[in-house]
Design a protein around this ligand. Structure first.
Ligand code: GTP
Ligand code: MG
Ligand code: NA
Length: 451
């Protein structure tokens, strides 16, 4: 029977925290994937999304013998980078979610980006659960694969339990210093006032059933209104990227509503040519096989293919166009977003050319290059592979400031023609798939010129 229950959308959960706290690894454990080991430098440099269907969550949490049934169709989880350069992506992720998981490494405690993430969550009044990760690293920890945390904890020696309690107490104190009350989730009698801590291991899976169940139960219990499905499309662009065979595509999070193949969308007025998703339990940002859909209901992470998407802006809203009036408003709002990126370009017109795989990556690059210990001016930007036209643009510097006649290419390919033209003109191209390696290469080049 169709009940009101069935009209809830999937909650969106954003996973945040300091670099290397284990965010991606936790998701890998639940997905049974190996995304983290495929990342350049083992750091996340893009925002991603994974859909976990309810059946899967039910299966993973059955040992907890939860009596409450799952009312939501699934859970959409957004992975974010922990590296300091990616504040924009953490902000984007936390702005989209209904609830967050703040991952803290039990061996490290609170770190700068833990606190930054915490402040983003506080600012928006977002509920969150703390995953106190890497419990398996406590000296003498006995592995209890996939076990609920209370069960796993009972298997541990007194020494391990003491070690755990000592670290827990320290971390609870660190949270207190940030003005946040926290407590182990199974002892927490005032959820909502006091934030829950779930000890986890992303390597052996202890506590993961608890984390999943708590996420689902807490959201469906306290956020019914927010999670009630609505027909009004609410959709945000995560990334703009070129995909072989599809041209420029956008990765979006559909927060509410339904979108269809053939829908006219704005602000870039175009028609959806293909609606794609990865398989359930697979990461949207990782290249793989895509499922084609006629229509998709929120919440979901989707790749959209259409004409003209190279003009889309990550972080902006996407609209299904109803009337022309809507369209004008939307265009205006988008121009504002674009300005914030363009503002980072040096007014003097002197600087290097920066090319990146996605707009999110480009924003992070710009943020990094303008930081106080780097300070490299930028004269132009581009997204996708480096083509001859990009080399032409960079070559303008040959006459203005020769050392800036360079392209810093982040995680993109360089076409053969572009390479040849660059050699011919004397434009240097630096390529790396880790942001600061680009900086190191460029700096070495500049230092060399000075000698
Ligand atoms: P960024 O996305 O770069 O911010 O990092 P992250 O938070 O996603 O961490 P990631 O998943 O990349 O893990 C960082 C390192 O910690 C990797 O070497 C993981 O294998 C390791 N790691 C993550 N979780 C655990 C855990 O629970 N136990 C142990 N022993 N190692 C872990
Ligand atoms: Mg990661
Ligand atoms: Na990492």
């Amino acid at each position: 029977p169709k009940q009101a229950d069935e009209n809830l959308r999937s909650p969106i959960c954003c996973i945040m925290g300091h670099v290397d706290a284990g965010k991606t690894k936790l998701l890998d454990f639940v997905r049974g994937t190996n995304v983290q080991e495929g990342e350049a430098g083992f750091i996340t440099q893009q925002i991603g999304a994974t859909y976990f269907p309810a059946e899967n969550i039910r299966e993973r949490t059955k040992e907890l013998k939860a009596d409450a049934k799952l009312k939501v169709p699934g859970l959409l989880v957004i992975d974010t980078p922990g590296h300091e350069s990616f504040t924009n992506l953490r902000s984007r992720g936390s702005g989209l979610c209904d609830i967050a998981i703040l991952v803290v490494d039990i061996m490290e405690g609170l770190k700068p980006q833990t606190i930054e993430s915490l402040n983003l969550l506080k600012m928006r009044n977002t509920e969150f659960i703390i995953a106190l990760n890497k419990v398996d690293r406590l000296y003498g920890w006995k592995t209890c694969r996939n076990a609920p945390i209370v069960k796993a904890m009972k298997q541990q020696s007194k020494d391990v339990q003491n070690l755990f309690n000592t670290r827990l107490t320290q971390i609870v104190t660190q949270f207190m210093e940030q003005g946040v009350n926290t407590e182990l989730y199974y002892k927490n009698r005032e959820m909502g006032e006091t934030f829950s801590i779930v000890p986890t291991s992303a390597i052996s899976g202890e506590g993961i059933p608890d984390l999943l169940l708590l996420l689902v139960q807490w959201t469906q219990k306290t956020m019914v209104e927010k999670l009630t499905f609505s027909n009004v499309v609410q959709c945000t662009v995560l990334e703009v990227k070129v995909i072989e065979g599809h041209g420029t595509t956008i990765d979006v999070v559909l927060v509410n509503g339904v979108i269809h193949e053939g829908d006219q969308i704005g602000p870039i007025v175009t028609t959806i040519r293909a609606l794609l998703t990865p398989h359930p339990m697979k990461e949207l940002r990782v290249k793989g096989t895509y499922l084609h859909h006629r229509e998709i209901k929120a919440a979901q992470g989707i790749k959209i293919a259409a004409q003209g998407l190279e003009h889309a802006i990550a972080g902006t809203g996407l609209y299904v166009v109803g009337s022309d009036d809507d369209l004008e408003d939307v265009k205006e709002a988008t121009m504002e977003d674009m300005k914030s990126v363009l503002n980072r370009i040096d007014k003097s017109g002197e600087g290097v050319y920066v090319q990146a795989s996605t707009l999110g990556a480009l924003e992070a690059m710009l943020e990094f290059l303008k930081s106080s210990d780097v300070k490299i001016p930028i004269s132009g930007i581009g997204i996708g592979p480096v083509h001859k036209k990009d080399v032409m643009k960079a070559s303008v510097m040959l006459e203005k400031k020769k050392e800036y006649a360079a392209i810093l290419a982040f995680d993109v390919k360089v076409t053969q023609e572009a390479r040849e033209l660059a050699d011919e003109l004397g434009v240097k191209i630096f390529i790396a798939d880790i942001i600061y390696h680009l900086f190191d290469q460029f700096k070495a080049y500049i230092d060399n010129l000075k000698e």
